[in-house]
Design a protein around this ligand. Structure first.
Ligand SMILES: [Mn+2]
Length: 318
């Protein structure tokens, strides 16, 4: 449950607020950071947006230059580290594991709030308050609930970035989209979100597209199950996008994408329309999630062995 007053109180009692998200920032991460910026700003706190990525896509540069016009200048950890004291508050959005943070040193800040829609794993950041809802479409949707509850105003440039974040995370309002998602979008339009500008922000990277297509083209079908395996290394977001894509084909009820994430780590991303519980299968690999959306990472194993095990577990479900 979202406790808006608790978040408000934590911001009020802090010295300054630092907001960050995951490495390789995307629009959901940036949008949710900016939403939280306006929440803390309205409460009257000094707020710092902390981003340590080395480089950005053209689209991300475009978004960041639009917020610079609002006088929001993202800072690096080295710029803010001397400001940290024992009353500093760290707000983390769109991620809950420390190793994926923009800069792990931000955990020098001991008072932390996490707002996220990803599966909570064992190495979740320690917090004084966390709002994690894996059924929610995006971190932006969660932050918009807070914005709505606390009656916060956001400028149109930020509304456009948040709309783009929801668009990306729902694959164009098709996945994990609920009444709440549309209500969030509706609120963004009231703040002046611009769909034309959003189209510029949402332009895809062609190399990423090729990587995901390569995965998708390597799919094998077993009745209503699609299983894809990748050669070489992929990003975990590639696996997720591949499984999302596969779910859209005729008669497919569940999809699995398996590929190496690192030399000794194999990742699985699993999706289902709800009739097959993919979380129960990911649990067998010590992963987790929800019955429609789950994942796992396994050390020191082969992609082909993982595929065989999935088929075996699926056989057991019947
Ligand atoms: Mn997200």
């Amino acid at each position: 449950m979202l406790d808006s007053l608790k978040i408000e109180e934590l911001i009020k009692s802090s010295s300054e607020v630092f907001i960050t998200a995951h490495k390789n920032i995307d629009f959901d991460a940036l949008g949710s950071i900016l939403g939280m910026y306006y929440v803390a700003n309205k409460i009257g706190k000094n707020v710092h947006v902390v981003i340590d990525d080395e480089d950005y896509s053209k689209e991300m540069k475009r978004a960041i230059s639009s917020i610079k016009e609002l006088d929001i200048i993202p800072k690096r950890y080295t710029d803010i580290k001397d400001r940290i004291d024992n009353k500093s508050l760290l707000i983390v959005t769109d991620v809950n594991v420390s190793k994926r943070l923009q800069n792990i040193k931000l955990l020098d800040i001991k008072n932390r709030v996490v707002i996220d829609h990803h599966i909570e794993t064992k190495d979740c950041i320690d917090t004084i308050y966390k709002y994690i809802d894996i059924m929610s479409s995006s971190a932006c949707e969660l932050v918009l609930k807070l914005i709505n509850n606390l009656n916060i105003y956001i400028p149109s440039e930020v509304a456009t970035i948040m709309l783009s974040g929801i668009y990306v995370d729902t694959n164009g309002f098709s996945l994990k989209t609920t009444k709440d998602t549309h209500e969030s979008a509706s609120l963004l339009y009231q703040f002046g979100a611009d769909t034309n500008e959003s189209q510029y922000l949402l332009k895809q990277n062609f190399n990423e597209y090729k990587r995901i297509q390569k995965l998708v083209l390597n799919t094998e079908f077993y009745d209503n199950i699609a299983i894809t395996t990748g050669d070489g290394k992929y990003l975990s977001t590639d696996l997720a996008k591949s499984s999302d894509t596969l779910l859209r084909f005729n008669s497919i009820e569940a999809s699995f994408t398996i590929a190496k994430l690192d030399d000794n780590i194999v990742g699985i991303s699993a999706r289902s329309l709800g009739n097959i519980d993919v979380a129960s299968i990911m649990n067998k690999f010590n992963g987790g999630g929800h019955k429609t959306d789950a994942a796992a990472q396994i050390k020191d194993c082969r992609v082909s062995d993982i595929k065989d095990k999935i088929l075996e577990y699926l056989g057991g479900l019947k």
